[in-house]
Structure formats: C-alpha cells, structure tokens
Design a binder for this molecule. Structure first.
Ligand code: 26Q
Length: 797
C-alpha cells in the first residue's frame, strides 16, 4: 500500500501546481487544484499499475475481459483516494493548505457513459474485480458525449449534450501505439490456397483506427491496478492526402462511431450506427486481447486457459463471430477447433426479459456492414441447425436458430456461442430457464446459472455515507470493509436503544444535508422531519413510477378533503431520465412535475406532502439522495425487473424497502425477513397466470374501486391544471388500452403497503431497528462476492 505522509503530500501537491500552472495555492482556482490533485493521484498509482500488468504477464495469469457498451463510473477522485488508502491524509493535507477536498471534487465531471443499471453494474464489477485481486479488465467505448443532460422546461424533459471531456480527463491515458484497425463494409472473397486454407480478401472496405484510452482501476488497499480500456474511433493516418472533401466526410462518419452513447435502455434502437458501435469495440477489444496473448508465446489452442471474455448483455455478442474470424482467418485454425475455443472463452449475461429490448439486426444491414462477420454467423447458424435438427423437432430449431425471419438474433448468437449464460437474480434466472429462454435451457441445461447482482460498498457506503460508515466501525470494527457479510454483526445491536438513536441521528443529518441541497438547487423547502420516500431509476412503464404517483394523488385528495387527516408528512423524491424517443415515459415525467407544482405550493395541505423530482439524476446525485432515504420504492411489475441495484444501495444505507416480489427484492426479503420489508402486489406467478388466461380487465378496477376511480379522474377532469394532454394519454393507457403493467390491479395493495409504512414510521425505535437489520443484511449484496462467483464459476480465474 502507498505510504504517504501528510507532509509529503502537501509538498507533492504544491509542486504539481507549480509544474502544471506555475501557480501557488492562493493564485489557483478549484479547476487547477483538481487537475493538480488528479495528476498527483494518477502518478501515485502508476507504479502499481505497471507492476500489476507485469505480474499478469510474467505469471501468465488467466485474464477476464468484461465487454460492456456501458461503464457508468461516477466521479473517480475520491474513490481513487480511498482505494489507495490516502483519503484521510489528503483531506487533512488539503485542509492545512486552506483547501476543501469536497469543493475540489465538484470540479470533476461525472462521466455518464451508461444508461442505468447495466452500466453501473459494470462499474461496480471492475472496482470489485481489482479489490479482489482478480485479473480482470473492462473493455468499452470512449464516448465523446455521455448520456444526455436532463433539464426540465415547464415540466418537460429536455435533453442537452453531456460534453464530459470538455476540460480533459486526468484519469485516462491515450495509447496510440496500441491502436488497431477495424474494418467495415466492402466485399470479401475467399482465396483457396494449395494447402486448402481459405484466405479472405477484403476489397473496398472502410478502415477505422481504434485508439485505446486506458484508465487505471485501483483495488481497495491492495497493490492491484487493473485497466479499463475504452476505444475511440479515428481516421487511419494513410487516409490523409486523398480528396479533401471526401476526407472530411469520411472523418465525420468515422468519428461519429464513438461520438455519443445511445440513450435507450430496455427498448432497443436498431440503427446502423449502433451496430457499428457494437462491432467497433468488440473487434478492437478482441484483437487487442489476442495481440497480448501472443506475447506469452503460447499456441492458440490454450487460449481458453488464459483468456475469458464476458458479454454484458447482447450488445457485445459479436465477440463470438469476431473471435471466430480471427482464429480462422488470421490464426488459420480449422472450424471445429476454433469453435471449441470460442465457446470456452465466451460467457454471457442476460439483463432483461422485456422482449422489446432483445436485439435483432436485419440480415441486410449486418451483411452489408460486416460481410465477413455475416458469413461466419451464417456458418454458425448452419451448423447449429444441422446438429439441432438431429435432436429436436423443426419448431424448436426454428425458434432457437440465430438467423430467422430476415434477422440475426443476438441473444441466440450469444447463447449458442458461450459456455455460460447467467441471469442477474434468482427469480430472473428462474424465469429465463422456465419461460423466456426455456428452449435453450432444455438444449443446454448446464450452461445456465445465476449470479445475483451486487454493488460496491466502497462507493455506496464508505464514500457516500461517511457518518454511517463511522458508526458501523464504532460498533463492529472495520472488518466489514473487506468482508461485507460482517455487517451482520450489527444485529447484536438490534435492541440497543443508543445505537438505534444514533442511526436515527445520522439519517437526520443526511436528510438535512439533502434538504439544504434541494433548497439551494430547486428552491423547494422540505422538512427533514418528514419521511423521505425515494424512487430513483430510469423512467419506464414497467418500473411503475405511475403507481407511486397515483398514490400521491390519492393522499393529496385526502388532505384536500380533510386537512386534519393524520398522514405522516412525506417527501416523495424522484430521479429518472426517460429515453428521448420514449414518449410515454416522458409524459409520466411531465405528469409528476405537474402534480409536484400543484402539491408543493398548495397552502391548504400544510406542507404535508412535497414532491421533489431532481433534474439530471445520475451517479453523483444518487450519492446524495441514497444516504437520506427512509423508504426505497422497488415497485416494478413482478417478473419485469431483472434484478435492480438501487434496492441494494438503499438498503445498505438503512432505507426500508417497499417492494413487489421482483428481481433481487425476493432475495432482500430472504435476508432481512418479512417483518423488515414491506411487500405487496402480484407475484411473477400471478402475472404469468394472467397472461395465460388473458383475464385482466383494467377497466373493471376503474369502475369498481371508488378511490381509484376518483384518482384516475383527476388526470382528466382539470383537478390537476396543466395535466390535460399527458393526463388523458396516461388515463387511456390504463383504462382503455389494457394497462400493460397492471398498475390498477396493484393499486389497492400498494395503498395498503403505503399505509403500513406510515404506521411503522411513527415508531422510530422500531423503524430504526428495521433500518439496522437492513444494513446488517446488505453485506451479501456486495459486488465483491458477485465477481468472486463469476471468477470461480464462469471465468475460472
Ligand atoms: C440496446 C440496443 C440499442 C440501444 C440500446 C440498447 C440497450 C441499452 C441499455 C438496451 C438495454 C440497456 C440497459 C439495460 C439495463 O440497464 N438493464 C438493467 O440491468 C441491471 C443490471 O443487471 C438490472 O439490475 C436491471 O433490473 C435491468 O433493468
């Protein structure tokens, strides 16, 4: 571990400021201080970084590569300081110099290189992989623009570009000498040599230079520094000197590949540029893995003993044909051999059961853009069909083959080309096996396994909730930091009034801090005495922010009718971005904002309900909101949320979960016991039953439940001024068009669950005991354990 005294740090820091800007502290701005500090931290980690790489190479360690379109990292300054073991030294040193670490931290842009859960999971994983001293690295795209910045204009979501690289990025290293070429379009023809090899010849292809930018991923208090390699698309040098206008046109086209992250999640956007992005980072990544492997001087036959490639959802599924291409065309292996190696190298995680999110690409598009890759996919499919036909009936083969109905099904490609297929929570994996991927489970039962998601306790507790971390250490020591299941020791304090009141005080401090932030940023006054009820996640119909909203309207109506009603004061906190093209989700945002406008200013209800919809929800805001949460809303329609991970973050910070039995909520209930979680609503089994008998009639609930009837009417009868257009659409989607996600069906159960929360919260002793049990049970959801299971069961590291 890095041995750094405060004195040494202060000298280093001042020297760095002088070196970079010829300035002393008094002359420097926070931006300069941040740059100096960032450069310093990077230099502190560089020796371990090169030694880690050296060690892996010398010991010929097997290495895993996590291929992901998204890495939603969040700011890195403090997490790097923490992991290097110098957070306190640096903070104290800066203080001596009259500076504040948290103020400097604000300068760092939050790189939004992901949409939500899937991207954040990738970030937690690489942090945990380094912390567990596993040889594993990330591979993705260095998007120039991250997920759009969200602004509300008259309650509507407006998207702005997120230019996170504007002021540079101290953490990355551009490595031009490691660039590779990725080829698109053109024609291939195969030359048959005398010895019988087929050599592909590419003609008129477009070549793109993939330049890697490496970011060190520092393990927590160990000497391991792994690598996140993000690729940027550039024009290859030899293209200069051609016609100027043609060159500029080509340059624009090439650079657009790594220009911007697609803002769709759970609803896929089948555009050519997206396919280009997918192949771009897959090809660059696989090529660079093989180049590194060749350095060890081993034969390709041993590749699977030294390399594991993980496919994070289907976005990098082209890893399968790309590795085949390199083994066949470059390494000259025969098909069976190459295929055997490929399947042993590849593994795949499914993150969704929503059929509209399943990627499939038109054959015309793939064969035009990636002619050689398409040939290989065809051959994989042909051989699959040939073999499967001897074992299964025609329908089965038709349902499972890769190329079907003029499309290439990426999930089928990933499944057929991988030795492991996993879901991200027990329930999700069971649904994959029994429903969504049942055919494949029948064909490859041993490939299927579960890996319940996890979160890094370093970012989501030690960094974001220092007061709680300190309290935990005071009670049970610090073993939990490296062995998070040790949090269970907290249970010994379940009846200790002092501990429970300390928990209360810490929550109170965090709520005050958040209330102050809300006042400053939004001008909304909220009381830290109220119950903070939090739903933070992407906006999607299946996540049912609408259910939450309908209950809020119900409470509002009660208070309007009877202002004296004894409802415990609440602040409903929302954070959510909607995909720009997802009209319905955007309408819900507008509706929530409209209701917020009405409720927040209504003197008649005495401030008993407040609605705070934070703009531009992302990692940095999550770090502020989660420590202040009392209630964690996890109310997706059962069977639809693969896992969820904000549920884990919120529980770890002492929030009580209000949930359906969906995703990892099921396992959270197992951990804390049914008395420490509030569960309501349909189960996954109920939902599938409804699908089977088609017996759900949403309109009946509108007709027969007078409370629901009145609440729904407010959407269209002028009770909520300004809600007319969106209110009508939402009303119709629920009452007229069948309510796809059973919002009306679960309304009453949800209201009862919310009433239960209201009662429970009044007994603070009991409530804090629930909070404590939740914190104590959150340890198993550390991504440290998750990645260890991947390493042992899947990657064989
Ligand atoms: C695909 C094609 C074209 C454009 C975009 C996409 C795309 C992008 C992102 C499709 C899906 C996503 C993201 C999915 C996602 O975040 N899923 C979440 O993954 C989490 C981690 O496993 C789970 O906890 C969540 O339940 C799941 O919704």
């Amino acid at each position: 571990m890095l041995d750094l005294s405060k004195r040494k740090f202060k000298e280093d820091f001042k020297r760095m400021l002088t070196e970079l800007y010829a300035m002393d502290i008094e002359q420097s701005s926070p931006a300069e201080q941040y740059a100096a500090l960032g450069n310093l931290v990077r230099s502190y980690s560089s020796k371990d970084w090169s030694e880690t790489n050296q060690r892996y190479l010398e010991k010929e360690k097997k290495q895993a590569y996590y291929f992901s379109m998204e890495f939603l990292l969040g700011r890195m300054l403090k997490s790097n300081l923490l992991n290097l073991g110098i957070l306190n030294t640096v903070r104290a040193g800066l203080k001596d110099l009259g500076l504040n670490l948290e103020a400097i931290e604000q300068v760092e842009p939050d790189p939004g290189l992901g949409n939500g859960g899937l991207g954040r999971l990738a970030a937690c994983f690489i942090d945990s992989i380094a912390t567990c001293r596993l040889a594993g690295h990330g591979n993705g795209i260095r998007f120039k623009y991250g997920l759009f910045k969200q602004k509300f204009v008259n309650g509507y979501q407006v998207e702005l570009p997120e230019n996170w690289l504007q002021n540079g990025n101290v953490w990355e290293r551009r490595r031009l000498n490691m660039a590779v070429t990725v080829s698109f379009y053109g024609h291939v023809w195969m030359e048959k040599t005398k010895s019988g090899y087929l050599i592909p010849h590419y003609e008129h292809d477009q070549r793109v230079l993939a330049v890697p930018y490496d970011t060190p991923i520092i393990g927590y208090e160990n000497d391991t520094v792994n690598t996140l390699r993000l690729w940027s698309a550039e024009v290859p040098p030899q293209s200069e000197g051609t016609d100027y206008r043609a060159y500029m046109q080509q340059r624009k086209e090439i650079e657009s590949i790594s220009e911007v992250l697609y803002p769709d999640d759970s609803n896929y956007d089948g555009r050519l540029l997206r396919l280009k992005q997918e192949y771009f980072f897959v090809s660059a990544g696989v090529q660079s893995i093989l180049r590194h492997y060749r350095k060890m001087g081993l034969s390709m036959n041993h590749l699977a003993e030294k390399v594991a490639v993980h496919i994070n959802d289907t976005h990098p599924a082209l890893c399968v044909p790309e590795l085949m291409r390199l083994l066949l065309d470059v390494e000259k292996l025969d098909w069976d051999h190459a295929w055997n190696i490929t399947v042993n190298v590849m593994s795949y995680t499914n993150h969704t059961i929503m059929s509209e999110a399943l990627e499939k690409w038109p054959v015309d598009m793939i064969s035009h853009l990636l002619p050689r890759i398409y040939q290989i996919i065809q051959e994989i499919d042909r051989r699959y069909v040939l073999k499967a036909s001897t074992l299964f009936d025609k329908e089965m083969v038709g349902r499972t083959r890769i190329i079907e109905g003029g499309h290439v099904k990426m999930a089928h490609l990933a499944i057929i080309g991988s030795h492991s297929i996993n879901g991200v929570a027990k329930l999700h994996t069971a649904i994959l096996k029994e429903k969504v991927l049942h055919d494949f489970y029948f064909i490859y039962p041993s490939r299927f396994n579960n890996k319940t998601n996890g979160i890094t306790q370093r970012r989501w507790l030690m960094l974001s909730n220092e007061p709680l971390s300190k309290l935990i250490c005071d009670k049970i020591g610090d073993d939990w930091e490296k062995t998070p299941t040790e949090l269970k020791m907290l249970k010994a304090f379940r009846n200790d009034a002092k501990t429970l009141s300390q928990l209360h005080d810490i929550k109170r401090i965090n709520k005050e801090r958040f209330a102050e932030f809300v006042l400053q940023k939004m001008g909304i006054v909220i009381s830290p005495d109220a119950l903070f009820d939090v739903q933070i996640k992407r906006l999607h119909a299946y996540k049912r922010q609408l259910l939450n909203l309908l209950n809020i309207i119900r409470m509002y109506l009660i208070l309007k009718d009877h202002p004296e009603t004894d409802l415990y004061p609440r602040v409903f906190i929302f954070g959510a971005k909607a995909a720009p093209s997802y009209t319905y989700a955007k309408e819900i945002i507008k509706l929530i904002n409209t209701v917020a406008g009405l409720v927040n200013q209504d003197q008649a209800i005495n401030g008993k309900i407040k609605i705070v919809f934070v703009e531009n929800y992302g990692v940095s805001l999550a770090e502020k909101i989660i420590p202040a949460a009392d209630v964690s809303e996890q109310i997706s329609l059962a069977s639809k949320e693969a896992s969820g991970t904000s549920n884990m973050k919120l529980m770890l910070n002492g929030a009580v979960t209000l949930a359906t039995l969906d995703g990892a909520n099921v396992e959270i209930r197992e951990r804390v016991g049914p008395e420490n979680i509030v569960i309501f609503g349909l189960t996954a089994k109920d939902v599938y039953q409804y699908y089977q008998d088609g017996s759900y009639h949403a309109a009946n609930y509108y007709d027969n439940d007078p409370v629901l009837h009145r609440v729904l009417n407010t959407l269209i009868d002028g009770t909520i001024p300004g809600a007319e257009t969106e209110g009508r659409h939402v009303f119709d989607s629920l009452v007229k068009y069948g309510d796809e996600f059973f919002v009306l069906r679960d309304f009453q159960a949800y209201v009862e669950a919310q009433n239960k929360i209201d009662r429970l919260y009044r007994d603070q002793l009991k409530w804090q005991r629930m909070a404590l049990i939740n914190i104590a049970g959150a340890g198993v959801f550390s991504s440290d354990y998750t990645v260890r299971q991947y390493a042992t069961d899947i990657w064989d590291l």
